[in-house]
Design a protein. Structure first.
Lengths: 522, 448
């Protein structure tokens, strides 16, 4: 009820041009409990699955809305809204999964699709080697909303366009900037889950991805350099656009893109690195986030995303990093992208350590993974990117905890004789077992005798996951902590996109191999 | 159920019935998709998805707006058009607006086969069970993915163009690992014709590579001659560092930009035997023959005998530069003369590393199309024409322009239909195996 009133008020305030309401959004937002109409539709799936002999079934009836605004310089390239609505039914027959989905959301289609899911499971069950079993879960009825202040779908389009064009103008102020592109993407997920075990869960999630890229071209030399935005995607509303200093960052990016053209190309070698959270989040994602996925450790991803250097016998024994390193999985952190009330198994969001005092201690699990290592409960990591996708294990928010002393970035730098300070994520690559990685960045600054010096370019750091984390000898305090993340984390077959955040402080790493990535231009 | 041409036309007509804007392009897309995934020698997930999407882009006074919906009811289609028109009224003038296409002529593609649509659930389950049985017999642990993708797509414009196409793809990829984790091999293929997908061969080849990669030795990082399997060539060439986009080149931000504001069109940039072509009608490729906005495909030589002959133009940039707009890209890399087989490449090699597959390839320097990534699922040391022993994996940092340059390309194979092992398996290219004189491996990887 509160939500409906907010929408009405917002519509009045928006002025002369407002967008048509999204009928189901309004209905969902107004519901004090779960949506009765969807519960009725879900009943058709669950009854059909039971009649056909499924031991377990669930149905997700989901609506996804997205809006994007894309610009370059002082042009708007596109404004688009997408709406994607449908349902997916998952059944377990003779210990074998079956799934089917459709964009036609009617009782007859739901019954037909449920039967198709059962037929798939039965056809495969005849050849199945190992039967699936599920860890128990509490039955729940819930309605959950993510932590946002201002629904971006209620904000006038013109406000968004003007913000991006101002940002572009700020970047172009610097002499030598040739191009700038910018965009913002907003996503709203309206999820409904009903299970044959009695859970009924409705969730409303908002997230946004603002970004820009500034290019400086030297036509004389044929050289060009770019500087991308540092502010990453977040599960926030339009308040993110209003509170983050986008214009100032764009102007700084313009200055830095031009400066990169004349920056000193790095001498390859070993350096102490001080890494800003805008870069380190991606290293956490690749080396710790994916490495602690239990499905990878059990070789479920062997054909595509790969396995893991962490194996089931190593939990509790393997030294992952220095004793300073504490890495936590968290699906409850406000404004983080993988934060939910409940996962697609209906398991409540949780927080737990993956690495404690430098030792690898635990996994990311789902209901069908947990029993395989003798666990009686799931950590709630099941997720699908669409109503038409099979839910499968996805990463929670995985973050490095700040140091207990409130060390500043400058204090970390002060402890470096010869090193490099790195901001922003650039090129990234890691092997299929998460040992060997290489990361670039956006800007690089020479550190000499504890002081930040001139700009460097063509920098990438390359290391082995446990060597790198073992070399961590300094963590910034909570004042240096930031959340960044990915809007497009790919995994699985068929491929799905995940969204996930990684929080971390600035951190220092000793004696890391640095490459020069520039190749001669033929 | 895929949209028939009549059903698709009914949707595009209905959308136009709601359009009051000056100009519009609409599309109706439908898919029928199914998969079976297996790992640890057992079935994991299996499912199917049927859906359709209507998309509309309009211009009002050269102002542009777009919307899409998966709900094809009259009310939802009208809502999508209304949303797009609302956005267009709010948007600034699109200075790159061009009137949508009038009626075009399309040479039909051949990439849809009913037989692929009719692969039965029990037949698929048995094929994959047989692949697992082969794995069990060989003492390896396999993971893989079988999929069938059927799509139908119609696009229409306010100026009278209409195009309808269907496509089918069936693919199987499999990775076989030895139980001790010391060996891993992979093989994957796809086709539009289910009868051309040899699932037994795919399983057999993945298992062979897995078994033969066990006991790999560590070699120091450095520059080595290599034989890149076609899969590795597909992986590195489709990884995104390599774009023929004319606008980027003209604007000075491409590997094909030259000093002084020029481009490298007309320059000998690759080995004289290298040809890079776009041709969606090649019988082995058979992909879509129109872009989403209706531009018909052409057979294009981007690189002929190593010379950069032309770049690819969007409609807007083509109009700015007085060129023809480019249709969809259907990538083919082929030698000027008959290609060499992998066996011949091995037999005649003095010393080389045979690379099966690349992984996690990312651009590190767009100016030279330099990428980093890793080898995966089988590297072997070749000496005096024989495979001597498996080698542990490497990270590489390599310019693709230098990789294909004169003096670095030694032998070129015959093109095969392959998809990148990092994409969805439904975007095929025709590429050959390559023997190269030098490839830069920059560090060792412990991964297997």
């Amino acid at each position: 009820m509160i939500r409906r009133e907010f929408l009405k008020a917002a519509s009045t305030a928006l002025g002369t041009v407002t967008l048509a309401p999204w009928i189901l959004e309004t209905e969902a937002a107004a519901a004090a409990d779960v949506d009765a109409a969807k519960s009725t539709l879900a009943g058709a799936a669950l009854a059909t699955a039971k009649r056909l002999g499924a031991a377990y079934a669930d149905i997700r009836i989901n609506r996804y809305r997205s809006e994007s605004v894309t610009t370059r310089e002082q042009q708007v390239l596109n404004v688009a809204r997408n709406q994607d609505f449908g349902f997916g039914v998952r059944v377990l027959v003779k210990g074998t999964w079956g799934f089917a989905a459709s964009s036609i959301v009617t009782p007859d289609e739901i019954r037909r699709v449920t039967e198709a899911a059962v037929n798939i499971a039965r056809a495969n069950a005849a050849f199945q080697r190992k039967r699936v079993s599920l860890a128990p879960v509490d039955r729940v009825t819930a309605n959950w909303r993510s932590a946002f202040e201002k629904d971006p779908f209620d904000v006038p389009l013109d406000d968004k366009i003007q913000l991006l064009l101002k940002l572009n103008a700020a970047a172009m102020k610097t002499t030598g900037v040739s191009f700038v592109s910018s965009s913002m993407v907003w996503v709203n997920e309206q999820r409904f889950l009903a299970t044959s075990e009695g859970s009924r869960i409705e969730q409303y999630l908002i997230r946004g991805l603002p970004q820009f890229n500034v290019t400086a071209v030297s036509r004389e030399t044929g050289d060009f350099q770019t500087r991308r935005s540092l502010g990453g995607p977040q599960a926030r509303g339009y308040e993110y656009m209003e509170k983050h200093p986008w214009e100032a960052e764009a102007q700084q990016a313009g200055d830095e893109a031009v400066a990169k053209l004349k920056a000193k190309s790095v001498d390859p070698g070993t350096y102490d690195l001080v890494i800003h959270p805008t870069n380190l989040w991606l290293t956490i994602h690749e080396s710790a986030g994916h490495a602690t996925e239990l499905d990878r450790a059990l070789w479920w991803e062997a054909d595509y995303a790969g396995t893991s250097f962490l194996t089931p016998d190593k939990a509790g024994t393997l030294r992952f990093g220095s004793p300073l390193v504490n890495i936590v999985a968290d699906r409850m952190q406000p404004t983080a992208l993988a934060t939910v009330g409940y996962d697609d198994d209906g398991v409540a969001a949780q927080r737990w350590y993956l690495v404690k005092d430098g030792v690898f201690v635990d996994w990311q699990t789902t209901r069908d993974l947990a029993p395989l290592i003798g666990r009686k409960k799931s950590y709630g990591c099941l997720n699908a990117d669409s109503w038409g996708s099979v839910p499968f294990p996805r990463m929670p928010n995985v973050s490095l905890e700040p140091g207990s002393a409130n060390t500043s970035l400058d204090e970390l730098v002060a402890g470096v004789e010869k090193g490099i300070l790195i901001y922003g994520d650039g090129s990234w690559s890691i092997d299929q077992q998460r040992y060997n990685f290489q990361f670039g960045g956006q800007t690089f600054w020479e550190i000499s005798k504890g002081k930040i010096g001139g700009m460097l370019r063509d920098v990438a750091y390359q290391s082995r996951s446990t060597d790198f984390w073992g070399a961590c000898d300094g963590l910034g305090g909570s004042s240096t902590y930031q959340l960044n993340g990915s809007f497009v984390d790919g995994k699985g077959q068929p491929g799905q996109i995940g969204v996930v955040s990684h929080g971390c402080p600035a951190a220092r790493f000793r004696q890391i191999n640095v490459l020069n990535t520039a190749a001669p231009i033929v | 159920m895929l949209l028939t041409e009549a059903a698709a036309r009914a949707i595009t007509d209905k959308l136009f019935g709601y359009v009051t804007a000056d100009d519009a392009v609409v599309t109706a897309f439908s898919e029928d998709y199914s998969h079976l995934r297996f790992a640890a020698n057992t079935f994991l997930t299996s499912g199917q998805r049927q859906g359709a999407t209507a998309r509309v882009t309009v211009w009002i006074g050269r102002r542009r707006g777009s919307a899409a919906t998966t709900d094809l009811s009259d009310a939802a289609l009208k809502q999508a058009v209304d949303d797009a028109q609302t956005f267009a009224k709010l948007a600034p003038v699109d200075i790159e607006y061009l009137p949508t296409l009038g009626q075009q002529t399309y040479k039909p593609g051949q990439g849809y086969l009913e037989a692929t649509a009719h692969l039965s659930l029990p037949a698929r389950a048995r094929q994959i069970s047989d692949a697992i049985a082969q794995s069990e017999k060989a003492g390896v642990v396999s993971a893989g993915f079988h999929q069938v993708s059927l799509v139908a797509r119609a696009s229409a414009t306010a100026h009278g163009n209409f195009n309808y196409e269907r496509g089918s793809t069936v693919s199987l990829g499999m990775t076989a690992r030895t139980p001790d984790g010391g060996g891993s091999g992979s093989f994957r293929r796809n086709h539009f014709d289910v009868g051309q997908l040899d699932t037994a061969r795919i399983a057999r080849e993945a298992i062979r590579r897995g078994v033969e990669s066990r006991g790999a030795r560590a070699l120091p990082a450095g520059t080595y001659p290599v034989i890149l399997d076609g899969q590795a060539v597909a992986d590195i060439l489709t990884a995104g560092a390599f774009s023929f986009d004319a606008r980027n080149a003209d604007e000075g931000r491409s590997a094909f930009s030259a000093a002084g504001g020029a481009t490298k069109v007309g320059s000998q940039i690759f080995d004289r035997r290298i040809n890079i072509v776009s041709d969606p009608w090649r019988p082995e490729l058979s992909v879509f023959v129109a872009t989403d906005d209706g531009v018909p495909a052409q057979t294009m030589h981007m690189v002929r005998n190593g010379v950069l002959e032309t770049l690819r133009y969007s409609r807007y940039w083509a109009q700015q530069k007085n060129r023809q707009p480019s249709g969809p890209l259907a990538l083919i890399v082929e030698p000027s003369a008959a290609g060499s087989s992998i066996d011949e490449m091995i037999r005649t090699a003095k010393r080389a590393l045979l690379v099966s597959r690349f992984f996690y390839i990312r651009t590190v320097d767009p100016r030279s199309a330099s990428v980093t990534g890793l080898t995966r699922d089988g590297v072997w040391f070749i000496e005096d024409g024989e495979v001597k022993y498996p080698v542990r994996n490497f990270r590489f940092n390599q310019s693709i322009v230098q990789m294909l340059a004169s003096g670095n390309v030694d032998l070129i194979g015959s093109p095969e239909r392959i998809t990148s092992s990092e994409d969805s398996g439904t975007d095929p290219v025709l590429v050959p195996a390559l023997r190269l004189n030098a490839f830069n491996f920059t560090s060792q990887s412990d991964a297997v």
